[in-house]
Design a protein around this ligand. Structure first.
Ligand SMILES: NC(=O)c1ccc[n+]([C@@H]2O[C@H](COP(=O)([O-])OP(=O)(O)OC[C@H]3O[C@@H](n4cnc5c(N)ncnc54)[C@H](O)[C@@H]3O)[C@@H](O)[C@H]2O)c1
Length: 311
């Protein structure tokens, strides 16, 4: 099948592209290699057709006309909470107007389905665990708000124009190609710092837990949704929390030495425990996370070891 992957040069999107190509699909990428995002030419699978283009561009229609994709995996986004707070207009422009441009072209050119990358950030602070698809969304950032609004646009488009969708709400995705200099992505950040013998910063007491999911598992979830889960939403994560201290110790074990730990206070909005119930994805998409934390940390550390040129 022909699949258009927006954001296919980015961290998660490039793994979705690789998995689609491995499964025998034809892939078209639209990505503008935004300077503050994780999109890089070196991530682009050479077997995919690549268009360096903004999803807000009117010229997007030419890509649809030329390529006639059957399904869209939509990952292109402004995904930084900080940038969304500093520049909410840019966040809304890419995440909302970009989505609308995509949806208008999708209906115009007969696309069957959109698989949308949403986020745990749409939930905001949740006291009761686990989080599942029925947990009320109270986003606490412009980014979480535009992701939640995007979900509603998809539902509108399905009701109004019959364009099918599946929404995937990811936990904390980690793995090769994640930006180790970004604001989030603690596993990439720690991997680089430990490999380079630099100090790591651990906020609060380090026992705060989040639900980390390996990027190839997230890519597989996108594949599972090509033909299943129409009109539905799924939480995509591991189903258990892991503390920052555990991540640090796991990477130290993998890399072979400790580094200085600098302690810092709790950050606003930090919560003590987040994890997801992913049983709906298991029951309806036949998907569950397969890469355990130990293996995921090893694969990630190995990637950064090679990438940083460390023997
Ligand atoms: N990484 C995570 O933990 C995580 C968690 C939840 C949801 N998500 C979602 O997954 C998706 C991918 O995130 P990622 O971590 O791979 O980020 P990323 O920055 O690596 O990938 C996003 C890609 O979108 C591209 N892009 C940005 N603005 C664009 C525009 N206007 N036009 C065309 N392309 C544009 C960027 O160049 C980049 O390649 C995003 O939608 C993000 O919100 C990620």
């Amino acid at each position: 099948m022909k699949v258009l992957v927006t954001g296919g040069a980015g961290f998660v999107g490039s793994h979705v592209v690789d998995a689609l190509i491995e499964a025998g699909h034809h892939v078209v990428i639209v990505d503008n290699l935004w300077e503050h995002g994780g999109g890089k030419m070196e991530n682009v699978n050479p077997k995919a057709s690549f268009y360096k283009m903004d999803i807000r561009d009117v010229a997007l229609q030419n890509v649809f006309e030329e390529e006639q994709p059957e399904v869209i995996c939509h990952l292109a986004a402004q995904h930084s909470v900080k940038i969304s707070t500093d520049d909410p207009a840019h966040d809304a422009s890419v995440n909302i107007l970009g989505l609308i441009n995509l949806l208008q072209n999708a209906t115009r050119f007969g696309v069957r389905k959109v698989v949308f990358s949403s986020s745990g950030a749409t939930y905001g602070t949740v006291e009761e665990m686990p989080v599942d698809e029925s947990t009320t969304q109270h986003p606490e950032s412009p980014y979480g708000t535009t992701k939640m609004a995007s979900e509603y646009y998809l539902r509108f488009w399905k009701n109004m124009y019959g364009l099918d969708f599946t929404i995937l709400r990811y936990g904390n995705v980690y793995g090769p190609r994640q930006d180790p200099l970004g604001e989030a992505g603690v596993i990439a950040i720690f991997s680089r710092q430990i490999l380079l013998n630099e100090p790591v910063r651990i906020d609060w007491d380090g026992e705060q837990q989040k639900d980390y999911v390996y990027v190839r598992d997230v890519a597989r979830a996108n594949l599972s949704a090509l033909d299943a889960g129409g009109g539905e939403t799924y939480c995509i994560a591991c189903g258990k929390g892991t503390s920052v201290n555990t991540l640090y110790r796991g990477l130290v074990k993998e890399i072979g030495h400790e580094v200085e730990i600098r302690r810092a206070p709790k950050r606003p909005g930090d919560i003590y425990l987040t994890y997801f119930d992913c049983s709906k994805a298991c029951d309806e998409l036949g998907w569950q996370a397969e890469v355990g934390l130990e293996e995921g940390l090893r694969l990630t550390a190995n990637y950064f070891r090679e990438n940083l040129g460390i023997a």
